[in-house]
Ligand binder design. Structure first.
Ligand code: G4P
Length: 288
């Protein structure tokens, strides 16, 4: 594992093996359902998938849309419409999302089904697999599509078991095990966004770098939410903010020394526990 200063870039060696296994699984698949996080639609893409799932039909499910900023989501929809992507923004914890996802998968699979029919292949259901980075909602989505609770899936490779196919509609079957894509990126800002949305665990990151970016972003885009939560004015820099927070919460190492680290952890958990309603951590403008 590599973690150099602010450069969060690491890729466990065993994931190479897992990727190879995923490539094997993908051979049997017609349609890949790639889950990304609606709050970071581009940063939660795994660039490896393009390589692993070449020539596969693809649906992108932007999950956790309930946590994203609806105005930014609208801008992202326009962006992905321009790219001609097949996508849905959903909340996989809500039963009503199932129909939107199944309809989109059916739509994407339709030309393939017609080709099969023209070749005399009838009643062959299309095979679907869910893939995505850790914690993006793969298990939740599989449970939603299966309409029942499947076994929990660990975000680690090495669990070998026989594949079971779940019928999700007359024409579709779903692999019961998702593909876990480990985040891999060259740009440290992507790592920061993944950390802010809980895709990378905090013990692996320079928490101060992540939190300072989070704070600056909130000041710039969601200053009202910051003010509402902490009552702190926006001209304050990150360090001054932590001091004000530690003081307000009476977090102290000694009588006259504030516990800045504790304040930082408090702030980080506020971000991860969605204490600021409806925040998106990136906008399409960054990708134009
Ligand atoms: P994974 O298989 O990709 O690792 O993700 P999993 O389904 O386990 O989901 C991770 C967490 O995200 C779960 O919460 C789950 O309830 C939540 N989640 C999944 N989809 C959505 C969604 O659309 N909206 C919201 N708001 N939450 C969603 P958890 O078990 O409580 O974990 P955590 O939130 O403490 O990480």
């Amino acid at each position: 594992m590599e973690n150099k200063g602010s450069n969060i870039n690491w890729f466990p060696g065993h994931m190479t093996k897992a990727n190879r296994r995923m490539q094997e699984h993908l051979k049997a698949i017609d349609i890949v359902v790639e889950i990304r996080d609606a709050r970071i639609p581009m940063a939660s893409e795994n660039p490896l998938l393009k390589q692993l799932a070449q020539n596969k039909l693809k649906v992108i499910v932007f999950n956790k849309a309930d946590l994203a900023d609806p105005n930014i989501t609208k801008a992202w929809q326009a962006y992905f419409d321009d790219q001609h992507d097949n996508y849905v923004f959903v909340n996989a914890t809500q039963a009503s999302s199932r129909k939107d996802i199944v309809n989109m998968i059916e739509k994407v699979g339709q030309p393939k089904r017609e080709r099969d029919r023209a070749r005399g292949i009838k009643n062959r259901p299309l095979k679907v697999m869910v893939v995505g980075i850790p914690n993006v909602g793969k298990s939740t989505l599989i449970n939603l599509l299966a309409k029942k609770k499947m076994a929990a899936v660990a975000n680690r490779p090495g669990i070998t078991r026989t594949t079971t196919w779940i019928h999700i509609s007359k024409n579709l079957v779903l692999m019961d095990t998702p593909g876990v894509l480990w985040p891999k990126f060259d740009d440290p800002i992507i790592g920061i966004k993944l950390a802010l949305t809980n895709a990378i665990k905090e013990q692996f990151l320079p928490i101060d770098v992540v939190c300072e970016h989070g704070y600056d972003y909130l000041v710039k885009h969601y200053s009202d939410a910051l003010k509402a939560r902490y009552g702190i004015v926006d001209s304050v820099n990150y360090h001054e903010f932590l001091e004000a927070l530690a003081s307000a919460k009476n977090m102290r190492l000694t009588q006259d020394k504030l516990d800045i680290e504790r304040a930082q952890l408090f702030f980080f958990h506020d971000i991860k526990d969605h204490s600021f309603d409806h925040v998106s951590w990136e906008t399409p403008n960054e990708y134009l």
